[in-house]
Write a protein that binds this ligand. Structure first.
Ligand SMILES: Nc1ncnc2c1ncn2[C@@H]1O[C@H](COP(=O)(O)OP(=O)(O)OP(=O)(O)O)[C@@H](O)[C@H]1O
Ligand SMILES: [Mg+2]
Length: 450
């Protein structure tokens, strides 16, 4: 028996006639209604006339480049899911397409089964089919617009081997993001190796990363495999990357460029297949400007940036995080809960230590509370007295660049608007195009207008 026919209307945009004909036939066999066109202008005209559930878009088109179409569509606030297809797919263009708002990417030649599966996947995500956004992803909880963007970015980049740079203040969850990328990627069965670059002296870090051969320095009694080799087939997490010396930055750049490592003291290079996720709480652009961080390495790492918003910009996540924090204590006190005043106090605090500080505050409050209710007085003093605390030390934690305030305002508006760019633009009193441009400027990822 044949499975029930799939439904959905697909706009197929490709200048290659043979591909158009065969793909249209394949998708029609799957039960879809297909509207094939040959270039960007026809695509735009078709989109103006009718509603589509999915667009299959060639990256290189005569007249209008596929990337520009994605950008234009997202500018109009069009939410049609886009599957990019290209014969010239490099990681960089795939990443750019995904960043501009394409939902998925396939390189040619496209296997019919893979295409069918991806199309079905994307159509299953249609609004209305699944309307409640998830509030957790790979151990991270959150439902603020900012965190939903992070989940989305993680999911997108997990499908590629692109290098990821995770930034955000201390305690915002950078390490969790690195693990989530590994766990949701095809490398999840491979190793996940992590190193904190700030915790080791330069020489130690060098041998830790690249390994050494026997006798390469006093005390090198045997051969040692470095983390790059140990992470072969998996993911290497370079935490606190902003803290490595200029000398090691150069070594690292070579490995990332050549995809092979040379152990200290060895002339032989070993090829490695490793996805690198780097994290820092520093502002790397500023480190570059002040010549503490190599610009070329910065661009190598910054292929796909993910920025974690500070907790004070995502108050909507606090009740969920409180639930997560109390899960442990609930094992023995199943009715443990926060009083409304305690919850209001938590939402009002500025959380310089972000999620880590929140988790610790609740853990101690649960110990201090005798009964089943956490009251405001059980919370740590600095959480209860936000004003005094801010006056004393809040400034240290302000966003470091001059754009910080505007970025926060935009994030707050997006959150209030439930992620809708059109509504956020209204709240801010700016045009949608201006908002879109600013979002790109401040690296605020967009997940469409829903
Ligand atoms: N979204 C989240 N959901 C649940 N727990 C979280 C979330 N974000 C962070 N945490 C928890 O907060 C703590 C800090 O997270 P993590 O170590 O990933 O932060 P970080 O950004 O790497 O901090 P640092 O810069 O200080 O190293 C961890 O215990 C982590 O489990
Ligand atoms: Mg960390």
């Amino acid at each position: 028996m044949r499975p029930p026919a799939a439904t959905g209307r697909i706009l197929l945009v490709d200048d290659d006639r043979a591909f158009r004909v065969s793909t249209a036939a394949l998708l029609r066999q799957d039960g879809y209604e297909v509207h094939p066109v040959a270039d960007g202008e026809e695509a735009v005209a078709a989109l103006r006339q009718q509603r589509f559930d999915l667009m299959l878009l060639d990256l290189r088109l005569p007249g209008m480049n596929g990337l520009r179409i994605v950008e234009a569509l997202r500018l109009w606030g069009e939410g049609v899911p886009i599957l990019m297809i290209s014969g010239f797919g490099t990681v960089e263009t795939a990443v750019e397409a995904l960043h501009l708002g394409a939902d998925d990417f396939l390189g040619k030649p496209v296997e019919p089964e893979i295409l069918s599966a991806r199309v079905a996947d994307l159509l299953a995500r249609r609004p209305g089919v699944e309307s409640i956004p998830e509030s957790s992803f790979c151990g991270m909880v959150g439902r603020s617009a900012g965190m939903l963007e992070v989940f989305d970015a993680v999911r997108r980049v997990a499908a590629t081997d692109a290098t990821v740079l995770v930034t955000g203040e201390t305690g915002t969850g950078k390490e969790l993001v690195a693990r989530a990328i590994h766990d949701s990627s095809a490398r999840r069965r491979g190793p996940f190796q992590a190193v904190n670059c700030a915790s080791l002296a330069e020489g130690l870090l060098e041998t830790e990363l690249f390994g050494h051969v026997r006798g390469s320095f006093t005390g090198a009694v045997g051969d040692k495999q470095g983390l790059f080799e140990a992470a072969h087939g998996g993911t290497l997490f370079l935490d606190e990357i902003g803290d490595i010396s200029l000398n090691l930055q150069q070594r690292l750049l070579r490995v990332l460029q050549e995809r092979e490592v040379r152990r200290v003291g060895s002339v032989r290079a070993t090829p490695v297949d490793v996805r690198v996720v780097a994290a820092t709480r520093r502002d790397l652009r500023r480190e570059v400007a002040e010549e503490r961080f190599r610009e070329d390495l910065f661009y190598r790492l910054n292929v796909f940036p993910i920025t974690l918003p500070p907790l004070r910009e995502r108050a909507a996540d606090i009740p969920l995080l409180v639930e997560a924090a109390m899960a442990g204590a609930r094992r023995t006190r199943p009715r443990l809960a926060c009083s409304p005043l305690a919850m209001r106090t938590l939402r009002a605090h500025s959380w310089p230590g972000n999620v880590r500080e929140l988790m610790a505050a609740l853990e101690s409050a649960a110990i201090r509370a005798d009964g089943d209710r956490i009251e405001a007085q059980h919370l740590p003093l600095e959480v209860r007295a936000p004003l005094e605390h801010d006056a004393a030390g809040g400034d240290r934690y302000r966003v470091h660049d001059a754009h910080g305030d505007e970025r926060s305002t935009i994030l707050a508006a997006l959150e209030e608007a439930g992620g809708s760019r059109a509504r956020a633009a209204e709240i801010l009193g700016m045009g949608r195009t201006t908002l879109w441009r600013k979002m790109r400027l401040y690296d605020i990822a967009s997940n469409g207008d829903h």
